[in-house]
Design a protein around this ligand. Structure first.
Ligand SMILES: Cc1cc2nc3c(=O)[nH]c(=O)nc-3n(C[C@H](O)[C@H](O)[C@H](O)COP(=O)(O)OP(=O)(O)OC[C@H]3O[C@@H](n4cnc5c(N)ncnc54)[C@H](O)[C@@H]3O)c2cc1C
Ligand SMILES: NC(=O)c1ccc[n+]([C@@H]2O[C@H](COP(=O)([O-])OP(=O)(O)OC[C@H]3O[C@@H](n4cnc5c(N)ncnc54)[C@H](O)[C@@H]3O)[C@@H](O)[C@H]2O)c1
Length: 498
């Protein structure tokens, strides 16, 4: 059996694993990554990049149509084939040669195959041809194996071979009718994308659309999905799924979807028109005779993620296969001094940029420990996120509800984005809203949410204000340029009373 020894062995070469390895090499250690699929991970080929490429064409078209002068120059419809071609390009045609060259140039060794912990500090790599290699780590093994789409135990669902985010991101054709189970980030972004690409989309959002963002942002997204022709069914829960002989898929809704008590009876095939949000009554997961059925050509399941820890040899170190890897503040697995976990697999924040932040932190920690230097625990930072729906939802830190639940003395300040000169110039009929959540005891901002067209690029200023805990009296002197959408900062601070 072949073998090799490195200072650090990283299992998983997604964005997080790559960055851990790069950071420890930069710190003077040697590193190898183990990858069973494509170097670059979910983000590069089936998540961030291809999904944003699917969304971008329609967003650019919408933007042009909102500006007289440009609008008249738009004479055609979205070119679906061109959008899919550009998506293919952004997914590097599902080939990882570019990322492998980058690993080479960074001095990181690559071992292809399934990595499993075989013993203390030892990772066994099983290649596609069945050959095995034992990699020994002098200092640390880092698990960066990411996550996969969760397929819930709904009768008939697995047998119906639904799309997960992977198939939605990589599809070569656009289904005529797409049903979506879920209302979170993947469901909302893919409903936006596929509606623009021409699908008739139905979203079965059991817990509402984007239930974890500020409610005004969720309402704007829900309203705009409906305007785009999407049937948004807040409160609807799938009870069973069947794939017919002709290839179509049928989702039968749980009996609890019938909401006569709340006066919202839904007829088969009918549309609900109430604003999205809360469930109106506790839905019982049970199919009643005559329960409503949704038929579609394809079904996307988007109800969250499950960690890639099922076949990782975790039992060798007394850990539970299939579970999220719990870590301490130094991203080390408690009780196993040489084992770390970063990125999606530790379940802390399932976002690429935040996983890469963890990667830099864990890389530096391993280098410091290897050199016997003092270890600085990375701070717990508020994280930013952009949801690329129409409108975009860009947020950092806490929502008002989360800040209140955390026991802070909170003041919430809202402003209509359309009332800012820069937004009016940006697009006719601009619709959007901004909220800042202030911790009154410290007079610092603990959360910001923008919802509106093209607000993604506004977010980093908010991240600096929140992560930097910039006092409001100091922030007042950060003057936004006129006439930009960023002038909303001035309006928010004025509304606060500065
Ligand atoms: C549809 C979708 C869109 C998204 N969009 C965004 C976005 O716009 N912005 C954003 O910040 N985040 C986004 N995310 C989240 C983002 O994709 C993840 O947070 C990110 O990919 C996590 O990186 P990671 O390196 O931890 O894991 P992954 O990217 O999952 O990489 C893990 C790697 O480990 C490999 N692996 C797993 N087990 C083993 C093993 N035993 N041996 C060897 N190799 C193994 C896998 O093959 C994979 O290559 C999106 C997610 C989805 C599903
Ligand atoms: N732009 C971005 O940053 C981006 C884009 C896509 C995904 N992601 C990340 O990927 C992760 C996964 O996204 P996701 O949308 O799968 O998960 P999610 O956690 O965003 O949303 C899952 C939703 O499914 C609902 N749900 C759970 N079980 C259900 C069931 N049985 N039936 C119906 N609904 C059910 C939940 O209420 C929740 O709203 C997220 O953590 C997200 O941050 C990020």
């Amino acid at each position: 059996m072949a073998g090799a020894t490195y200072d650090v062995v990283v299992i998983g070469a997604g964005p997080v694993g790559e960055n851990v390895a790069a950071r420890v090499v930069r710190g003077g250690l040697t590193a190898a990554v183990v990858e069973r699929e494509l170097v670059g991970g979910e983000c590069s080929y089936w998540a961030c990049m291809p999904t944003k490429a699917l969304l971008r064409g329609a967003a650019a078209l919408r933007a042009a149509r909102q500006v007289p002068g440009a609008r008249e120059a738009v004479t055609g419809e979205l070119d679906v084939a061109a959008v899919l071609r550009r998506r293919d390009e952004f997914a590097s045609y599902w080939k990882d040669s570019g990322q492998v060259s980058w690993l080479d140039s960074a001095g990181i060794a690559l071992h292809r195959g399934q990595g499993r912990i075989a013993a203390d500090r030892v990772v066994e790599v099983t290649g596609e041809d069945g050959t095995t290699t034992l990699l020994t780590a002098r200092h640390a093994v880092v698990v960066a194996t990411g996550s996969s789409a969760l397929v819930p135990d709904i009768p008939g669902l697995r047998a119906a071979a639904p799309w997960t985010s992977r198939e939605a991101a990589a599809a070569g054709t656009v289904p005529g009718r797409l049903a979506v189970i879920g209302g979170g980030v993947v469901a909302s972004e893919m409903a936006t994308a596929y509606a623009a690409l021409g699908s008739k989309v139905t979203v079965l959002a059991r817990d509402g659309v984007l239930p974890f963002v500020e409610p005004f942002a969720a309402e704007l997204v829900t309203g705009s999905l409906r305007e785009a022709g999407v049937s948004v069914r807040s409160g609807a829960e799938a009870a069973s799924v069947t794939r017919n002989g002709n290839g179509t898929v049928v989702v039968t809704l749980a009996g609890g979807e019938r909401t006569e008590a709340a006066g919202e009876r839904t007829e088969a095939g009918g549309e609900r028109t109430e604003a999205g949000g809360e469930r109106t009554q506790a839905a019982e997961k049970r199919t009643e005779p005559g329960a409503e059925r949704i038929e579609a050509d394809e079904l996307l399941v988007a109800v969250g993620r499950t960690p890639n820890t099922g076949d990782l040899g975790l039992d060798r170190v007394g850990l539970e296969p299939g579970a999220w890897l719990t870590v301490d503040d130094t991203l080390r697995v408690p009780g196993v001094e040489w084992l770390y976990a970063a990125g999606d697999v530790n379940g802390r924040v399932l976002l690429t940029h935040q996983g890469k932040y963890q990667a830099r932190a864990v890389g530096d920690l391993i280098v410091a420990r290897a050199g016997g230097e003092p270890v600085a625990t990375p701070p717990s930072v508020p994280y930013p996120q952009v949801i690329f729906t129409d409108p975009e939802v860009a947020s950092v830190g806490m929502t008002a509800a989360a800040a209140e639940a955390a026991g802070l003395r909170v003041r919430v300040v809202d402003h209509d984005l359309a009332a800012v000169a820069g937004a009016a110039l940006h697009a006719d009929g601009y619709r959007g809203r901004a909220r800042m959540v202030v911790d009154e005891d410290r007079r610092v901002i603990v959360g910001v949410t923008f919802a509106g067209p093209d607000v993604a690029e506004l977010l980093h200023a908010a991240t600096i204000a929140v992560a930097g805990e910039v006092p409001l009296d100091r922030l007042w002197h950060a003057v936004p340029a006129y006439p930009t959408v960023s002038e909303v900062w001035l309006r928010l601070l004025e509304a606060y009373g500065l």
